[in-house]
Design a protein around this ligand. Structure first.
Ligand code: ARG
Ligand code: ZN
Ligand code: CA
Length: 296
């Protein structure tokens, strides 16, 4: 949200473009873009930029690939922990219909493994987007219309990751993830060692909001009618039901990817969240996959 507010204050068209997107998203969701027979499978080309100061931060390709595998499970409802979703919400768990693959062709048309490595003078990065700018020790994105850019590096102050919503500047579009929370094994540190930070941040990149709507005292909304209104973020491993904002008997959906619970707790996007994702993939981010296949 710090990035969102900075863009509101500094990029003239940002707010207008966010409002236009929100209006279209609401229309689509209201007219049933999620009808099962119309579901689509979108393929997203990913490039991962690894920035390291110390050599131990130079994560290997296996760790990068493990993150892609987590994304391919979470966004297709193939995650191993989906059976931990409490019974009342099992029917809401959605296959968002996204497939991620490391880019095999770079912007110049050359073969690539979809991973770039850069040694940097910076010890760590914050939410100020210096990681995306070569003049401040960062790396510029590949064409953000065609690739999902993921920057991986040490981040400051316990930050696990951050994202830019659709509608922001191309030069800073994408998501940033700490090397301690990216993929499986390697440099990951529990309880953020199951790759769910990238799932969460890509949720924002595809226009999802936090479940508590980033407001205090139950006044916020994530614009999804099937996620209960909740008072605050949940941390750690809450037990079900965890009630706030008169949302009983089932309480907060703390196992949703857009809450702040531990990685092993997170287990679903809902149908309404998937509808917002589809609206984004057919709207502001359609250039990532202009010709989606029908969902088999
Ligand atoms: N932007 C959030 C943070 O840095 C991401 C939280 C992700 N949560 C998780 N369990 N992986 O705190
Ligand atoms: Zn978030
Ligand atoms: Ca909601």
């Amino acid at each position: 949200m710090a990035v969102h507010h900075r863009l509101c204050e500094t990029v003239p068209d940002y707010l207008h473009s966010r409002y236009a997107m929100e209006r279209r998203t609401r229309d689509l969701v209201a007219t049933g873009c999620m009808m099962r027979e119309k579901r689509l499978l979108f393929r997203i080309q990913v490039v991962v930029h690894v920035l390291y100061h110390h050599s131990n931060e130079q994560i290997n390709a296996a760790q990068v690939r493990s993150q892609i595998q987590v994304l391919n499970r979470d966004f297709r409802l193939k995650n191993g922990n989906r059976r931990s979703i409490p019974r009342p919400w099992r029917g809401l768990a959605a296959d968002a219909g996204l497939e991620f693959e490391l880019a095999s062709v770079d912007p110049a048309g050359q073969p690539t493994k979809g991973i770039t490595y850069h040694k940097t003078d910076r010890q760590s990065f914050g939410t100020g987007d210096s990681i995306k700018n070569p003049e401040s020790g960062g790396v510029a994105p590949w064409d953000t219309r065609h690739y999902l850019n993921i920057w991986v590096a040490p981040l400051t102050g316990g930050l696990l990751g951050y994202a830019q919503f659709p509608g922001g500047p191309e030069a800073t579009d994408g998501v940033v993830i700490s090397h301690t929370a990216f993929g499986l094994r390697g440099t990951t540190v529990a309880p953020f060692h199951r790759g769910r930070t990238a799932t969460h941040e890509i949720g924002h990149y595809l226009n999802l909001y936090h479940l508590w709507g980033d407001m205090l005292d139950c006044g916020g909304t994530d614009h999804c009618c099937d996620t209960p209104t909740q008072r605050t973020p949940n941390y750690g491993k809450p037990s079900f039901p965890n009630i706030s904002c008169d949302n009983g008997p089932h309480g907060d959906m703390f196992m949703n990817y857009m809450d702040y619970s531990d990685d092993e707790v997170m287990a679903l996007f809902t149908e309404a969240q998937a509808a917002r994702i589809v609206a984004t993939m057919t709207g502001p981010r359609a250039s990532l996959d202009p010709a989606p296949a029908p969902l088999p």
